[in-house]
Design a protein around this ligand. Sequence first.
Ligand code: DC
Length: 430
Amino acid sequence: MSFIVAIDGPSGTGKGTITELIAKKYNFQYLDTGATYRCVTLKMIKENIQLNETEKIKEMLKNIKIDFEGEKVFLDGEEVTKKIREEDVTNMVSQVSHLQEVRTAMVELQRRMSEGKEVILDGRDIGTNVFPNAEVKIYLDASSEERAKRRFKQNQEKGIDIPFEEVKKNIEFRDQNDKNAKVGALKQAEDAVYIDTTNLSIKEVEKKVSDVIKKKQKLIKKIENGYVMTKDTKWKRFSRGFVKGFLGGLYTIVFRPKMNGLENLPKDEGYIICANHMNYLDAAGLILCNKFPIRFIAKADLYRFRILSYLGHLFDIIPVKRDKSDINSIKMCLKALKNKEVLGIFPEGTRKGLEKNAKVKNGAVFLAEKAKVKIIPVGISGSFKPFTKVTFNYGKPIDVQEFKKDGSEWLDKASNKVMNDIIMLTKKED
Ligand code: DC
């Protein structure tokens, strides 16, 4: 299973120490991304390549081999764990790490090394650039005064004698460099958890990070559990009838739904209803105000909300994991269509997808072709303000098989036809 933890932040915040502790605790693979930039720097020093020799750098990057074995780092087969921490590398690495070619190659390497694994990575741009979809994102920070104190103490332990003021100035200079870099700038991801470590011990920081990871793991489990369909028992049917009657009644009072074109619905066969998607109330209207049952397809993470999880199970909503080809979900849809059930899909993929310029999704057409069923376009119009009318216009069935003669792009063409019909139907007068 893939699980990515991204730890970003400026130097001296204890990223390395925390990342190592967490990796041990959870048995995650640890990827020190700073070490990858240090390896490139060491190789440039060894081969006497200057920062402005772009072609030579590109050539060198083609053959570079960086490996990690526990805490050991290998460059082209040679162990360099200590060498990459020496002064010559440290003095040059910041500039090297901000070269576009180096950045591109290292980001690719970091992604490849982490693919499909449970990994914790520390760096500067992990949550923003390397893994923008990481399961957990942490941004560690501390005042420059505190970070300088930590570095000063480390230096003294190593017998390095640099005055405190100079250490602090260096740290502030590096911060500015890292934050203003043209490529791979240090930046907190919007969805990262910010932890100020200035007045915290390592143990306290570790606990905070660990709490975030545990919470996320629990959430993923919850979604996975929600993903399991429940059996259609007598009690479930009774509850569904009751909830549909109650909420459907309420919906009718508040939105005065009007259904046009119901005569277009096929009889005694499965089909797919495709509608425009403005908010959750459009799906609710289709489910609650039609006599026949519609099973909607919805993103699996809805199941993290208790009430939506309950309603999802009650109305047999088919969950789909976003950004992945979800075979399980496809199988459930095909089975339902074979059983002559009605599916509901929003081809926009997300609320107000067209307004956001999202590409029309072709899942509905794909399923219709596989199950040999028709698609019914539905245009929904209305403001969804209480006590105003909402209109549902059902259009003529679309047979997607006819588009297959259009060659390799037939899926997109058929999906666009469905979406265009939906748009026309939203404009249709009563
Ligand atoms: O964390 P470190 O000191 O080993 O990092 C070495 C250099 O690499 C440092 O100047 C910041 C840079 N770096 C980066 O730009 N992006 C990363 N993901 C990791 C490190």
